[in-house]
Design a binder for this molecule. Sequence first.
Ligand code: 13P
Length: 251
Amino acid sequence: MARQIMVAGNWKMNGSRDSVKVLLDGIKAGLGNVTKSAVVVCPSYVFLADVEQMIAGTIIGLGAQNLSTESAGAFTGEISASMLKDFGCQYVIVGHSERRSLYGEDDALVAQKYAVARAAGLTPILCVGETLAEREQGITEEVVARQLDAVIELEGVAALADGVIAYEPVWAIGTGMTASPEQAQDVHAFIRSRIAEHDAAVADKVQILYGGSVKGANATELFSKPDIDGGLIGGASLDAEDFLKICSAAP
Ligand code: 13P
C-alpha cells in the first residue's frame, strides 16, 4: 500500500497570538486544494490551546515540538506528554537537531522521549540527520543509523511503526541549501533498509519525511522520490501560501 504524504510545519520559536491566527486563517482558506497530504502544524507550547480551537473541524493535525520524559512533578519549565494530549496534540517532534545541538539532547534521551510519547498515545516525529562535517567525513549513514538504533534498542523495531521519521540534514536546515532529491532519497532508502534488516513490514509502512529548506518550489521533486513521504517544514511553514503549495505537492 502506498504511504500517504505528510506535510508538517515546525513553527519553531516564532509567532504571536495574532500572527498565528493570521497564518492559520490563510492555511485554512486554501485547504480545499489539499487532497492527498496529511497536514500537521507544530506551534510553540503557548499557542497550542489557541491552535487546537482554530483547527477544530479541519484536516489539520496538531503537534508539539518537544516533551519531557517525566510524567509530572517538580520539573520546572517542562511539559509532559499527558499535557500535550490534554491540548489536543496527536504528534510531537523528538530529537530535532536544534534540541540535540543547542540543548544537549543525546540519542539515549531522544529515544526515551520517543518511548514516553508513544506510551501516551502521541505519534512521535523522530528527527535524524548528519552535520556538514559528518557528511564531509563520509559518515552520514553511520550517524543516522546510530540515531535510529537508539530507538530500536530501547523500544524494539515495531515501535517505529507508531511514529514518523524525519530525515533532516543539519546543513540544510534554515540555510537554503536543500539536499538534492537524489541525496535525500539515498538517505531515506538507507533508513528504510536499516529498518528492514529488523522488520520489512515496519520498513514498508513507516513514513519518512525530509526536512531542510523545503519550499513550494522544490517540494514536488522531493516528494516524487520513492522513499520520501513528505516534509517537515521550518521557514516555509510560516508563510500560508508557500506552506499550502508544499501541502499540494504530493505526486
Ligand atoms: P527549514 O525548512 O527552515 O530549513 O527548517 C527545517 C526544519 O528544521 C524543520 O524541522
